[in-house]
Each structure stands twice: as structure tokens, then as C-alpha cells.
Design a protein around this ligand. Structure first.
Ligand code: PHB
Length: 393
């Protein structure tokens, strides 16, 4: 009798033992936090994807893949630069993979395409390139690790006005960031007594600039201000050189997108002296940046990091710090709250996330292309500190 009761008890305990053991293993096994990195890895914007993936991976290699006891898993997807793909991939990453964060976005339209998706799902999305101001206003779940065009453009208007530039023509790619750049350039230069005599827009899809450059040359302004998305810069600058814009006495200026570190060496000595404003140069003189550049090159077949590479790196840093602050809680709203006001050290210098706009606040440098140690670099010679996007309400 006694024996039988014990046996029954044993069976009962056994029946409970299986689910209990199951609960134990899941509690003990490390939980995974997934990050969906949507990069453009094929097509004309492919250098953008290559840079941000390399930057994100380097941050993980240097800082490990465990935060607040959870294992970080990076899922990388190629959207080929097509907004419908970006949106579809974002939905799949949220619904199937249950990512805690999305990140990436090489072009403004690709970021805008995910705004309704992240708002509905309450999943934070870290912008690692796209620079049109309005993006962060389109969803309370966007946080920007890159820059905005007005933020980068106003400082070059200050430099231009101080350096005797009275008249200018702007030539930009005809979409969000180009329009932001041309508007900020006009606002900044005219507030300082200059005049923008013509604003020229070139189609984004067709990097054929000859006719537009000839038009600018014929207008004989003191300066020509340029913006194109960085992967198009090599093609633009070859045509600027071919048209002899500088030889005609027109000063070529722009945001740092046009002297992109990824392509600068291929532009040749004709771009020496070209002055731009931007938040990152591979030549930035700090111990943290020297290590970043060396480690980035070592891990990527000697590829030089550009501003997109550093934005990928800093974007990962923001996500790691947010998870630390929430102690591993992956609630999207809590993660966004954690990033508001965050201040981080970066190879670019210190930056912070404006708590009111979730946009980035950072130093913007004035730089000149110079040859150094046998290579072309953007050498920083002046700085405007803690620049906010001037157009957010
Ligand atoms: C953008 O599409 O917002 C964009 C892309 C590349 C840049 C700058 C802006 O270099």
C-alpha cells in the first residue's frame, strides 16, 4: 500500500517534472534580442550598405554581444534601395523575427516608407544615413544616429560669408535631402548678406550632371554649392573637374557628402582645396577615431570608414546603451525613452540625442581636402559646436 502510494506520488511528480524542467531551461538559457539592420547592399547605393554593416559589426566585435544578460543578434537584410522592399522587410523583421529594433535606411524615401510600420508596431528605428529633417517627425519611434542636411549646411554658409562669397548657385539631387540642403543654403547665405542666384535640381536616378554644371558655370557665381547622396559623389566630382568649374574662378563648396571618405581617393588631386562642412572625417584627430579607423580597415580589407560607417557604429552604441538603461526590457516605447537625451562618445566627437525631437545634436567641422601620407583626406580646420537641426519646430 505504502509502496503504491509512493509510486503514484512519483508518477505525479514525474508528470509535473517535464513542464517544470522546460521552464527552468528557458529561464536559464540566454534570451536573445534581435536587431534588424536594413541596408542597401546592391545597386547604385551599395557603398552605403557596406559601410553601415561594417560599422555595426565593428561595434559588436569591440563590445561583445551580450547586454543586460541578453544576447544580441544582428539580422542583416538588403533592400536594394527600393522603398517597397524596405517596408516589406521591416514588416517581416517585426512580425516573424520579433526584432526589438530596426536600423539602417540609406535613402530618405526608404526611411519614410517604414514610418507607419514602426509607429503601429511601436518598434524603434535607428536612422544610420537618411538626412532629410522631416523623417524624425513622421514617427515617434525614429531616433537619428546620422545627421540632417540643414544641420550640415548652415556651417558652410557661415564659412562662405566670411570668405568673401557674395553670389552662389546651388546644385542638388532632386529629392528630400537635396531640397533641405538647397533651402538651408539659401537661408544661411542670404541671412549673412549673400545671394543665391539660381537653385538647380538634378534627377536622383540619373547621375548625368554636365548640362547642369554648364548652366552653373555660365552664371559665373562666386561659389557653386553641391549636394548629392554620398554614393553618387564620385561621379559628380569627376564631372565638376571635367567642366573646369574651379578653373573658371568658381569656388566649389558643399556638405561632406560630396567628398565622401569612401570615394575621395578616386577623385584625384583636382579636388584638393575643396571646402565642405560635415560631422565626420576619417582624419578626425582623436585617439578614439584613430583606433576606429585602424580597426575598421583591418576588419574590412583596408576600406576607409566614412560618415555612414561611423553612423552604423554609433547606431549600435545607442541600441546597446538603451538596453543597458532598460535592463534588457525590449518594450519599444521604453527603449525610445531611454535614448532621449543620451550623450555618447564617438569617433566623430561627442554627440547627443535631443530629447524633444529624437534627432542628433553634434559638432560640425569645416574641412579642406588635402593630401596627407600619400592619400586624400578631409582635414578639419574649424568647428561649430553642438549643432541642432535648425528647422525642427
Ligand atoms: C538621404 O537620402 O537622405 C541621403 C543619402 C545619402 C547622403 C545624404 C542623404 O549622403
Amino acid at each position: 500500500m505504502m509502496k503504491r502510494r509512493l509510486l503514484l506520488a512519483g508518477v505525479a511528480a514525474g508528470a509535473f517534472a517535464v513542464p517544470f524542467a522546460g521552464m527552468l531551461t528557458s529561464a536559464v538559457a540566454q534570451e536573445v534580442v534581435k536587431i534588424g539592420l536594413i541596408a542597401t547592399l546592391t545597386g547604385p547605393q551599395a557603398s552605403s550598405g557596406r559601410q553601415k554593416v561594417a560599422g555595426a559589426r565593428l561595434f559588436m566585435a569591440q563590445n561583445g554581444d551580450t547586454i543586460a544578460g541578453k544576447k544580441i543578434e544582428l539580422i542583416i537584410k538588403d533592400d536594394t534601395g527600393v522603398a517597397d522592399q524596405t517596408r516589406r522587410i521591416a514588416q517581416e523583421l517585426i512580425v516573424n523575427d520579433k526584432v526589438a529594433f530596426l536600423a539602417g535606411f540609406s535613402l530618405t524615401p526608404l526611411a519614410l516608407a517604414v514610418a507607419p510600420v514602426i509607429t503601429q508596431a511601436k518598434v524603434p528605428a535607428i536612422i544610420m544615413t537618411a538626412g532629410t529633417s522631416v523623417i524624425t517627425e513622421r514617427s515617434p519611434y525614429f531616433v537619428r544616429a546620422s545627421f540632417t542636411l540643414p544641420q550640415q549646411t548652415i556651417p558652410i554658409t557661415e564659412w562662405a560669408a566670411k570668405n568673401g562669397i557674395k553670389t552662389a548657385v546651388s546644385l542638388v539631387s532632386d529629392y528630400g535631402p537635396g531640397i533641405d540642403a538647397q533651402d538651408a543654403f539659401k537661408m544661411g547665405l542670404e541671412a549673412r548678406g549673400g545671394k543665391v542666384v539660381e537653385q538647380i535640381k538634378a534627377p536622383l536616378a540619373n547621375p548625368e550632371f554636365a548640362a547642369f554644371l554648364q548652366r552653373a558655370k555660365d552664371l559665373k557665381p562666386d561659389a557653386l554649392f553641391l549636394f548629392v547622396p554620398a554614393p553618387t559623389a564620385g561621379s559628380l566630382m569627376r564631372q565638376v573637374v571635367d567642366r573646369g568649374i574651379s578653373q573658371a574662378g568658381i569656388k566649389v563648396i558643399g556638405t561632406g557628402d560630396i567628398t565622401d571618405d569612401d570615394q575621395l581617393n578616386g577623385m584625384g588631386d583636382a579636388v584638393i582645396g575643396l571646402t565642405t562642412s560635415h560631422f565626420y572625417s576619417a582624419a578626425h584627430d582623436s585617439p578614439m577615431n584613430k583606433k576606429f579607423v585602424a580597426d575598421f580597415k583591418a576588419a574590412n580589407n583596408n576600406l576607409r570608414p566614412n560618415f555612414i560607417g561611423v553612423s552604423g557604429y554609433d547606431g549600435m552604441h545607442l541600441m546597446y546603451e538603451a538596453l543597458k538603461k532598460t535592463n534588457g526590457n525590449t518594450d519599444g516605447t521604453a527603449l525610445v525613452e531611454a535614448m532621449k537625451g543620451m550623450k555618447l562618445e564617438s569617433p566623430r566627437g561627442t554627440f547627443s540625442i535631443d530629447p524633444a525631437t529624437r534627432d542628433i545634436v553634434q559638432d560640425v567641422y569645416i574641412r579642406k581636402v588635402e593630401r596627407k601620407d600619400g592619400e586624400l583626406y578631409n582635414i578639419e580646420f574649424d568647428v561649430v559646436k553642438d549643432v541642432k537641426d535648425p528647422t525642427h519646430k
